[in-house]
Ligand binder design. Sequence first.
Ligand code: DX5
Ligand code: ZN
Length: 221
Amino acid sequence: MKRFLIAPSILSANFAKLGEDVTNVVSAGADILHFDVMDNHYVPNLSVGSMVLRSLRSYGVSIPIDVHLMAKPIDRLISDFAAVGANYISFHPEATEHIDRSLQLIKEYGCKAGLVFNPSTTLNYLEYVMDKIDLIVLMSVNPGFSGQLFIPMILNKIRQTRKLIDNTNYNIDLAVDGGINIKNIHSILKAGATTFIIGSAIFGSENYYEVIHNFRSVLSN
Ligand code: DX5
Ligand code: ZN
């Protein structure tokens, strides 16, 4: 298992040729695919649902997929996405009345569970559920759009979260989502992130292999 994972976010892919774009990013070295689901209710934008994930799986995409639910309510969606091949399902604590129950539901469906924190959302939500979480995602932009600027204050939040994780015996990945580029990835790494969710910096480039390779070189130094 690699220490650091690169997770391209489909939100910046070309949806008219999503299968091809995703296949190319996988051959270019992506570790996980980050699948952004937006409902125009929890966030002010609309993306795709479980049918599209099913199509990607039948197109032959076989790498692990993290479904990032930016939707409310979520419990129905958990079963839908588990049924079509999600490996991780991640949600925002504000999007469910019963965080513990939603985490348990994800586990019952055989997936790994992630909790996603908006830039201003407190980490206190973690206190009583650390044993049920496989992944913590810190948003470094406000959710809803790719191509936004990284919010520098999040570096402190990454450090804080890293300490929280290291004070437990649980094996929890720490992902950062939003505004990551070749200039800031090193500081995000140093702050303690292990998974790097990257949209526009990968899909907006001409050469996926080169850009992933460049990110990887920073991560291995
Ligand atoms: C934003 C999404 C992100 C986004 C990242 O709501 O959760 O995954 O697509 O894109 P960039 O890297 O362009 O900020
Ligand atoms: Zn995302």
